[in-house]
Design a protein around this ligand. Structure first.
Ligand code: CP
Length: 298
């Protein structure tokens, strides 16, 4: 079994990952952690795009469960000598890993690689495609905070067009019964995901999820003066005041402070779940690696 898209998961598997993610979250806060259920397995991380949260949390998740973890040094690999991604995958496969976690700038690259690999492949973000484990950790964080997802009003705001996080969350949070609103600058909105003003989207929302402006994927610079994006499309204190009284702020990170969100809102002690999302990321990735390698462990 691979995890390339939220669509690869059954409702029962999603429920298991969310339940187990919450359990691992509590486990990770214990001083002694001795569950070594992935002992004897080798997990390979191959990140062809930069990452802090996803790469480190997959490394920690696999290590914490007793696996051997190898992270490919892409900058020093034979990719730099012109080796194709497919030949790199054949090379990795010959080393018999038990799971491959891959991030790549090309949408669909993990799908192509999964056809070559004999082990489970996890999509850790592919271009503007999907980022399924980010959506799973977002769902687990929301459910842990509110005790439910169904019926919550969730505004997902910003650079929707380039966001694999938005695409995976549209599939997952929609399936779990959330009332989703997508909003961003017209040039950064895919028509199928709606539109409208950020003020309307945030009004009464229980969750306001801001997305990073992905300048590395923009064909044209937004051309905005400093602070203009924030005032027109970003999360300001005045805007957030219109959200529901119990509203929380989320962001997958990395954050562009002062661009899509005011810095103090990102750090808000009661309202921001951004650091909680990172903590949940390790827990949910433990649940994902456990699920995907279960058949290999017999
Ligand atoms: N949310 C996320 O994917 O962050 P990184 O790019 O740091 O992994």
């Amino acid at each position: 079994m691979h995890l390339l898209s939220i669509e690869d998961l059954s409702d029962a598997q999603i429920a298991t990952i969310l339940d187990e993610g919450e359990r691992w979250f509590a486990y990770n806060r214990q001083p002694r952690r001795n569950d070594r259920r992935l002992d004897g397995l080798t997990i390979v991380n191959a990140f062809f795009e930069n990452s802090t949260r996803t790469l480190l949390s997959f490394e920690i998740a696999a290590n914490r469960l007793g696996a051997q973890v190898v992270t490919m040094q892409v900058a020093h690999s034979s990719i730099k000598k012109g080796e194709t991604l497919e030949d790199t995958a054949r090379t990795l496969n010959a080393m018999r890993p038990d799971a491959l976690v891959i991030r790549h700038a090309k949408s669909g690259a993990p799908h192509d690689i999964s056809a070559i690999m004999d082990c489970p492949v996890v999509n850790a973000g592919d271009g503007i495609g999907e980022h399924p484990t980010q959506a799973l950790l977002d769902a687990a964080t929301i459910r842990q905070h509110f005790g439910r997802i169904g019926g919550l009003k969730i505004a997902i705001c910003g650079d929707i067009k380039h966001s694999r996080v938005a695409r995976s969350n549209a599939k997952l949070l929609g399936r779990l019964g959330a009332d989703l609103r997508f909003v961003g600058p017209p040039s950064l909105m895919p028509p199928e995901l709606g539109g409208g003003s950020i003020d309307a989207a945030v009004d009464g929302a229980n969750v306001v999820m801001m997305l990073r402006v992905q300048r590395e994927r923009l064909e044209d610079d937004l051309g905005d003066a400093p602070g203009e994006f924030l005032s027109r499309y970003g999360l300001t204190e005045a805007r957030f005041a219109k959200a529901a009284p119990d509203a929380v702020i989320m962001h997958p990170g990395p954050i562009n402070r002062g661009v899509e969100i005011e810095g103090p809102l990102a750090d808000h002690a009661e309202r921001s779940l951004i650091v909680r999302q990172v903590e949940m990321g390790v827990a949910v990735r433990m649940a994902v690696l456990d699920l995907l390698t279960a058949t290999r462990r017999g």
